[in-house]
Design a binder for this molecule. Sequence first.
Ligand SMILES: Nc1ncnc2c1ncn2[C@@H]1O[C@H](COP(=O)(O)OP(=O)(O)OP(=O)(O)O)[C@@H](O)[C@H]1O
Length: 286
Amino acid sequence: MPQVRDAIETELQHHQQATREVPDHPERTVLEVDDVSVYYGDYLAVRNVSLDLGHNEITALIGPSGCGKSTILRSLNRMNDLITGARVEGPIRYWGQDMYAPGIDPIEVRRRIGMVFQKPNPFPKSIYDNIAYGPRVTGMQVGSMDDYVEQALTKAALWDEVKDKLRQSAYGLSGGQQQRLCIARTIAVQPDVILMDEPCASLDPIATLRIEELMAELRDQYTIIIVTHNMQQAARVADRTAFFTAAIDPVTGERHGELVEYDKTTKIFESPADSRTEGYISGRFG
Ligand SMILES: Nc1ncnc2c1ncn2[C@@H]1O[C@H](COP(=O)(O)OP(=O)(O)OP(=O)(O)O)[C@@H](O)[C@H]1O
């Protein structure tokens, strides 16, 4: 499908103009996924994944449906702990510390490694309280809460749009505004990494663009890992891209997800090392 290829080429040109030079390997690894497999009960959903995720980088996880992108994303902040039967095998190190080791508090893991979901999910509270909630319940010392709320909303590029209606319900906001509010809410508990599971899937193109711009702004302060079905989006925003696929085990007939290739986004889209990546990005399967 040449059109798919052309569209990606165009995005890559924008990408190269808009972003900085990406080193061949991450200079500082914030999360190290070391030969990790994830099971749901007996089912091996995704196997033997190794990834060094770079600090202050945006990494996109792409691949066809069911290849384990969300499963791996959720394992990066122990969100899989909340799914009955889910099990992560193999270490995932956060700044060198195995976050699955005994004694590690999963709540603290999720504070440092926040998550934004596909569908915006603000609390049924005011805009202000959506932001103030996290700092309050975790007992953070933030000085003036009003200033703190303003800061978080400013970082999420939402302040100007909501500053006159902070006490109104978050449900009154548009979908794109709600998603930025969810990003502001995540930022408010001072994470280091933000995981995003298809954050633009329910948004229109303009709201999507706004979120993508925001991601580029946030990259200097946070590390962002995004699952996306949209290859143009990966080409537009990500420094590095990991391509996953699902292969059928010839013995059991079961499908298991696996990482095919992980590299700089330009490399993945312009000269992938594996023919399966080439096939996917040129629209031949997936
Ligand atoms: N809670 C669960 N319980 C059992 N199996 C699950 C669960 N969540 C995911 N799976 C299975 O694990 C495999 C990987 O799913 P996952 O959602 O991680 O893939 P994905 O690449 O994110 O897919 P999509 O792009 O469709 O969201 C699939 O076979 C899926 O059916």
